[in-house]
Design a protein around this ligand. Structure first.
Ligand SMILES: *Cc1c(COP(=O)(O)O)cnc(C)c1O
Length: 373
């Protein structure tokens, strides 16, 4: 059986280090907002190349709190429009509607699955105040083009970097391309905790301060409340575990990249479309971190069943587009043909950094022998 993602195997590699990290926290007697969180926040900000890193409870909260902080600072207000890719994971959209802002769903490029800069400008109205760019599947959106458009129209740019820890364009990493970025450390993400966790990165002192207060009861100083905040904090135990995992992130990313290269070179079947890794300019260097390796085929159901029969586990990211979810039934008649086609055809291949070359070749062989007849 070739598992889609062998989380147990991934974490088993660091078992001793993880146990030591947890033991330190247990013995410290300090479990919320202490030295582990402080250290991780600095290490993660340094990794991304930003001034601030702020730990929060999960990735959705990271995005919710960024938008909420901009509202507290008077840069966004209820009803403002936020441009977001129509094919994103539902959490990006939930963060917008949770703040009573209005998501404007824009179609992605059908090859990269990320926002199509050429479609952004026509979606901008006088009410548009921000672009929430998502680095879907582990590849940065075309941030140079997105930032140019944002500058021209005076829009905030926010990254949903939940799937893109360490992804780069020309050496500049996810989290460092915008006014603020939200990260998730959900266990299955490229940098995964052993429970829920998330972070915000930013260069902006004022945003960092406001966001910290909002995630801590709205309090900037103990027992003094500036805002009607929430409780969304990163635990000391998760921070300690993440410090161990962060040290190994680049090694795991390299393995993901090797696996992706083997797939790209080894899969030869006209019924299967491989992912494209590029930005608008062929001169820029894009480092995809392959959170997911997503292929497309009009015969998805048949292919998934066939692979399951060969002991190869695959998943679908995602089966239902946000505008077709019950939760957003008021958008069900929006015309988003590229997004719809993507949701009907995508299939994610196994991408565990623990996969052996032999397993990767076995997946390629199975795919090459698949026929839609
Ligand atoms: C996982 C994910 C989130 C949410 O992160 P959680 O930690 O699960 O709340 C947000 N956006 C994207 C694109 C994600 O993949």
């Amino acid at each position: 059986m070739i598992q889609f993602l062998d989380l147990k195997g991934i974490n088993a590699q660091y078992r001793e280090e993880l146990i030591l990290a947890v033991t330190d926290v247990i013995d410290s007697g300090w479990y919320i907002q202490g030295s582990q969180v402080n250290a991780f926040e600095q290490e993660f900000a340094d990794y991304c190349g930003t001034k601030h890193g702020i730990g929060v409870a999960n990735g959705l909260d990271a995005l919710i709190l960024i938008l909420r902080a901009y509202k507290a600072l008077g840069k966004l207000k209820e009803g403002d429009e936020v441009i977001v890719p129509a094919n994103t994971y539902i959490a990006s959209i939930l963060a917008i509607t949770e703040n009573r802002l209005k998501p404007i769903l824009v179609e992605p490029n059908e090859h990269t699955y990320n926002l199509d800069p050429s479609l952004i400008e026509q979606a901008i109205t006088p009410n548009t105040k921000a672009i929430l760019a998502v680095h879907l599947y582990g590849q940065l959106a075309d941030m140079p083009a997105i930032n140019t458009i944002a500058q021209k129209h005076n829009l905030l740019v926010i990254e949903d970097a939940a799937q893109a820890h360490g992804a780069q364009i020309d050496g500049r990493k996810a989290g460092n391309w915008s006014d603020a970025a939200g990260f998730s450390f959900y266990p299955g993400k490229n940098l995964g905790a052993l429970g829920d966790a998330g972070a915000v990165t930013t260069h902006d002192d004022q945003l960092a301060q406001t966001l910290r207060a909002l995630g801590n009861y709205g309090s900037h100083k103990k027992y003094e409340n500036l805002y009607q905040g929430i409780n969304s904090r990163l635990d000391e135990i998760q921070a300690a575990l993440l410090r161990v995992k962060l040290k190994h992130l680049d090694t795991e990313t390299k393995r993901r990249q090797q696996i992706a290269t083997m797939y790209i070179e080894g899969i030869k079947n006209d019924a299967i479309v491989l992912p494209l890794t590029r930005t608008a300019s062929p001169l820029t260097r894009t480092d995809h971190v392959w959170h997911l390796f997503v292929i497309r085929t009009p015969h998805r159901e048949k292919l998934q069943t066939y692979l399951a029969g060969q002991g190869i586990q695959t998943l679908i990211h995602y089966p239902i587009a946000p505008h077709q979810q019950q939760a957003y039934k008021q958008w069900s008649n929006q015309n988003l043909p590229i997004t719809q086609a993507i949701h009907q055809q995508v299939l994610s291949l196994p991408i565990s950094p623990t996969m052996t070359d032999q397993q990767v070749h076995a997946v390629c062989q199975s795919l090459n022998h698949f026929t839609d007849a």
